[in-house]
Design a binder for this molecule. Sequence first.
Ligand SMILES: Cc1cc2nc3c(=O)[nH]c(=O)nc-3n(C[C@H](O)[C@H](O)[C@H](O)COP(=O)(O)OP(=O)(O)OC[C@H]3O[C@@H](n4cnc5c(N)ncnc54)[C@H](O)[C@@H]3O)c2cc1C
Length: 445
Amino acid sequence: MNSHFDIVVVGAGPAGLHAARAAAREGASVALLDDNPRAGGQIWRQGPGHPPQAPLQALLATLGEQHRLTYWPSTRVVAPLDRPLDAPLASRGLLLESAERGGVSITYDRLILATGARELLLPFTGWTLPGVTGAGALQALIKGGMPVRGERVVIAGSGPLLIAALASAHAAGARVVAVVEQASALDVARFTASLLVEPAKLRQAIGMGLSSGLASWRYWTGSVVKAAYGNGRVEQVTIRRGERDVTLDCERVACGYGLVPNSTLAQALGCAIGDAGEIMVDDAQRTSVHSVLAAGECTGVGGAERAAVEGEIAGLVASGTRTDDAADGATGSAPGVLVARRARWRRFAHRVATAFALQEAARTPPDDATLLCRCEDVSLGEVRACRDGREAKLHTRCAMGACQGRICGAAASVYFGWPAATPRPPFSPAAIRTLMLVDDEASSD
Ligand SMILES: Cc1cc2nc3c(=O)[nH]c(=O)nc-3n(C[C@H](O)[C@H](O)[C@H](O)COP(=O)(O)OP(=O)(O)OC[C@H]3O[C@@H](n4cnc5c(N)ncnc54)[C@H](O)[C@@H]3O)c2cc1C
């Protein structure tokens, strides 16, 4: 089965939803797909007891009115395809695996990547113990229905996501023992003061802190998780606070050092990627690859507001230029009001990045015995002995497991400065029947 769309949007978070809405309003035929069963991306993740939040509800209502929009939930992009032989001349293809439809190939004239970001997990002794997760991952698990009531939780790492995780854990009945931030007190204070120019963000931060019972948890700056211990699951965590170590009893440790752009598909398509792993885009959200645009945190971590406005611009540009390939580069300018809004949220993103840049303590690798690649049980010492990521892969199997280097590759970049390896499809485990579609397409002509 092959379906053709003017525009395919990958990712149904704030960026993808806004892109799809803008493009569909302009009259384009649009496919919006996401690997989650429900739309919303990370910030608006739905789950049992977590119905769509107001902004998501409003977006879904307007999307529901767009008759040229096709929404495919629980659908992953497995691989990019060269143009299938029966596809229109200018189009490209994607191989998908969908819970409802199985393996499917689709083609498009324009592709908008809105694939978001992932948490940066940096290993420490005991980080693979049950009960240790990322900070955003804890939130996602709670929204997915995991009970945490009465549990003592230590939230650690860096950035505003820690406060969002705190609010979710507190609301779910957990007792947050401490929030451990690697940035210095001065940097955090400067960042908080800078929020005066974005009062809504300041109110949001204060609101989350207050609603989480300020008196009941500690906020430690300039501190990192050194080790987690436990018999079968985490029972204690040791925090390095300057020159001294403090050990806390807990049932969970949620530790994430900010976010890294999810540019896997963009890399595979050959899009130019920046130093921080972000997809490089021009002012019209176009990537370096013809017909491929990108929006949201895959182009640089910057929050939902930035993602939304970038998505809107990408949707307008993609629909406005879809019949005018020859003019590509000259057309597709975005309305000034959106450009100004994007500039404002990019400035905010820059302030976040500066305040929560990883400090020496967080960048220092743990001891060599610590696992770096938990899928293939490869220690940090084994990887350290290699010259680069490719050698580590060939000699140790680091990054060859189920996560395909999404976790260990990002950590190796921080510790050793290695660039991310080019991903090879399939990007995630896929049914043989789905993969065979590639051959079927090629032989069907
Ligand atoms: C775990 C986590 C929790 C977060 N929680 C918060 C929070 O509580 N508050 C907050 O302000 N910010 C939070 N953030 C930050 C948040 O990512 C952004 O502010 C916002 O959601 C970014 O919007 P986006 O549209 O760019 O990406 P996302 O919202 O991340 O949406 C991208 C979507 O693309 C999908 N996708 C990616 N690759 C593929 C593929 N190959 N095939 C199909 N679908 C794909 C993803 O599953 C995801 O649904 C969180 C981030 C993470 C990683």
